[in-house]
Design a protein around this ligand. Structure first.
Ligand SMILES: [Zn+2]
Length: 115
């Protein structure tokens, strides 16, 4: 399934605005989704986001947990972790989940945003 870039942009824009995040942050979450780095492990609870060295990731993957309404990423425990939260791993998960919800899609092999 093809999803237009401008639709992804619009959803990402809303997330970035609601969290007071920059244009750069928005671009990074879009990149992560387009590059297909997000794997949903447990619906609404646990995701794995693959690290992208060109986005400065130092680990091959990150785990994102949702507890109540809070999202916690394993990058928060790393000594060089950015203090700016939520990180773009969490942002990418929010974008991914919102796209699924808004576009009423099933995640899976056919879900290839940006392709
Ligand atoms: Zn993170």
């Amino acid at each position: 399934m093809k999803i237009e870039r401008k639709i992804i942009e619009k959803i990402a824009e809303e997330i970035a605005l609601s969290l007071g995040k920059s244009e750069k942050w928005k671009e990074r979450i879009i990149r992560r989704v387009i590059e297909g780095t997000i794997i949903r492990i447990i619906p609404e609870r646990l995701w794995i986001v693959k690290g992208l060295p060109h986005l400065g990731d130092r680990y091959p993957s990150y785990e994102i947990y949702r507890k109540d309404k809070r999202y916690i990423c394993t990058c928060y425990t790393h000594p060089w972790s950015s203090r700016r939260r939520p990180c773009t791993h969490v942002g990418a998960v929010l974008l991914y989940e919102n796209m699924i919800k808004i576009l009423n899609m099933e995640p899976g092999p056919g879900f290839e945003p940006g392709k």
